[in-house]
Design a protein around this ligand. Structure first.
Ligand code: DGY
Length: 325
């Protein structure tokens, strides 16, 4: 029997590769960079299954080039890089990696929250530059966390995990989401509020929405002006949810106290001025970069691909309706 031909657009943790190699022929992008569009379109021809990254656009052109593919598995929970409607129309299953990176991403949001509010990176820079003159009562005073209000925008898996981890800090939790999260309300006494109320009442706002037409630029100059001047904004979801140029202005003008960012509007670039600000902490989209999360993602993409090439529903399929046709 012919072994299915699998292409992986970027080296991933070995566990998933080994799982695939047991029954499939696997080829991996040999470069330590995303493939150019031309390279990608050439490499995906004639494959039975393809593992993509959030940097690969899976659209009509991709699906044309990959004609005959039995499935495409995204190595990410976010799938704004995939045209699900187009793939569904063509009967091509797509999948993502939910669940396995929930805690890692929520932990990253907390890391950014503390780093920006207690000025960890800024003071680390002073220490490394040998510029610390010694202890002083007015040095590097930052914000408080305990007892402050946490606002969660998007109370799905990751937003809810972020909220749950606030328990040790006795924080009242507000959230906004299209759906009610009754479990979160019972567990934490979390309160579902309108977006505007959350903006006005929160001391920390953590963003956990997918990138959709309606969430693009959810945060801009108007929303920053509605926030407390002492509030911090944390984003581990997708960069374009925030108008980054307007965030730079808000941080410069003191409309908000600070921001912790893991994602950017024009990755891998940051907009001009962002890196010059002390009241922002920036990480290179590493929310899911923990050992267990990346291993889990590697395992899950492999399980998805194996199901897809066998013609059975993938465990975390994004368009399961194709199997009902
Ligand atoms: C995701 O999974 O969507 C993250 O952004 C990358 O792991």
């Amino acid at each position: 029997m012919n072994r299915p031909k699998i292409y992986i657009t970027r080296l991933i943790p070995q566990f998933g590769i080994d799982l695939l190699k047991a029954t499939c022929d696997v080829e991996i992008n040999p470069h330590d960079r995303p493939l150019t569009r031309q390279e990608l379109l050439a490499q995906i021809k004639g494959r039975d299954g393809i593992v993509t990254m959030l940097t690969d656009k899976v659209d009509a052109e991709f699906l044309d080039a990959a004609a005959g593919v039995k499935g495409v598995a995204n190595f990410a929970v976010g799938f704004d890089n995939m045209d699900v409607k187009e793939a569904t129309k063509r009967g091509v299953p797509l999948s993502n990696t939910p669940g396995v990176l929930t805690n890692a991403t929520a932990e990253m949001a907390w890391a950014l929250l503390f780093a920006v509010c207690r000025r960890v990176v800024e003071s680390d820079g002073v220490m490394r530059a040998g510029q610390w003159p010694g202890w002083a009562p007015l040095q590097f005073i930052g914000g408080d966390v305990t007892g402050k209000t946490l606002g969660i925008v998007g109370a799905g898996r990751i937003g809810a995990a972020m909220a749950r981890k606030s328990r040790g800090f006795d924080m009242p939790v507000l959230y906004c989401d299209a759906d009610q999260n009754e479990k979160l309300e019972q567990e934490l006494d979390a309160k579902k509020v309108e977006f505007e109320e959350l903006l006005a009442a929160s001391d920390f706002i953590s963003v956990h929405v997918p990138l959709l037409p309606e969430t693009r630029h959810l945060f801009g100059a108007k929303q920053f002006k509605m926030m407390k001047k002492t509030a911090y904004l944390i984003n581990t979801s997708r960069g374009p949810v925030i108008n980054e140029a307007e965030l730079v202005d808000a941080l410069k003008n003191g409309d908000i106290a600070g921001a912790g960012l893991d994602v950017y509007e024009f990755e891998p670039k940051m907009v001009d001025g962002l890196k010059d600000l002390n009241n922002v902490v920036v990480a290179p989209h590493t929310g899911s970069a923990s050992v267990s999360a990346r291993e889990g993602m590697s395992r899950l993409v492999a399980e998805n691909i194996l199901a897809m090439v066998a013609g059975t529903p993938a465990p975390t399929c994004l368009n399961p309706e194709i199997y009902k046709k």
